[in-house]
Design a protein around this ligand. Structure first.
Ligand SMILES: Nc1ncnc2c1ncn2[C@@H]1O[C@H](COP(=O)(O)OP(=O)(O)OP(=O)(O)O)[C@@H](O)[C@H]1O
Ligand SMILES: [Mg+2]
Length: 233
């Protein structure tokens, strides 16, 4: 199986001198194709810092990061922007949909920004929206959706460019418990049936049980890893 992510001794320090904060320290991590990994930790433990580095939105201050075998630790802005668009699909707590656009256009937008023709982007967006069960909502606007539907649009948008990795930051944080469980079950299905590689960050142990491997982070260090073979009923 191919390794998607290799982090070697990654560290991140914010600020300088007496106000410096060591947000990550000595992080070693390998993620293989087809994994569904939860990164579990308390507030301030370094989860978002780690996700921002994995998602190529921020740079480590030390260590080395390989994405699909390529050293991306200090890539050029142009290269990192390209990789972000092609290799990584982001799912956020707050969905980040654009209110004035339809569900279809929100989903197609990342493809259009990558230069895909409107006809192709529309066809691809329709396909992924159908996959997440929203074929009936192509022309709806975000305000007309339930929270669970909005998060499924965000998942469709993340899937549209066929990234090698989905990165989800507290994907159920804005949802009620039942809707959150539906979204998590859907992510599990995407992983099991479509083989999507998913990294999900959460502070919630129950949410983490939907992943197949849980990695704990405390004070910027990875402190343990365990496997869950069956999601909760
Ligand atoms: N831009 C920044 N400048 C300075 N310090 C920062 C910055 N971003 C994060 N930190 C610090 O780095 C540490 C890790 O923060 P991070 O946001 O990664 O935590 P988190 O695990 O995502 O927390 P939460 O669950 O609350 O989102 C914290 O001590 C935080 O105060
Ligand atoms: Mg955070």
């Amino acid at each position: 199986m191919a390794t998607i992510i290799t982090l070697e001794n990654i560290g991140k320090t914010y600020g300088k001198g007496t106000s410096a904060v060591r947000a990550l320290d000595g992080v070693d991590l390998n993620i293989e194709e087809g994994e569904f990994v939860a990164i579990l930790g308390a507030s301030g433990s370094g989860k978002s810092t780690l996700m921002n580095i994995i998602g190529l939105m921020d740079e480590a201050t030390d260590g080395t990061y390989y994405l699909n075998g390529e050293d991306v630790t200090r890539g050029s802005d142009a290269r990192l922007t390209k990789l972000r668009g092609q290799e990584i699909g982001f799912i956020f707590q707050k969905y980040n949909l654009i209110p004035k656009y339809t569900v279809l256009y929100n989903t197609a937008l990342p493809l259009l920004l990558q230069g895909m023709s409107y006809a192709k982007a529309k066809a691809k967006a329709t396909e992924v929206l159908t996959r997440v069960g929203l074929a009936e909502k192509l022309k709806a606007h975000p305000a007309e959706l339930s929270g669970g539907q909005a998060q499924r649009v965000a998942i469709a948008r993340a899937l549209a460019a066929e990234p090698s990795l989905l990165l989800a930051d507290e994907p159920t944080g804005a949802l009620d418990k039942k809707t959150g469980e539906e979204v998590l079950a859907f992510m599990r299905e995407l992983n099991e049936e479509a083989g999507k590689t998913i990294i999900m960050i959460t502070h919630d142990l129950h949410v983490a049980t939907y992943a197949k491997r849980t990695i704990r982070i405390e004070d910027g260090r990875l402190t343990g890893s365990d496997r869950t073979d069956n999601p909760p009923l």
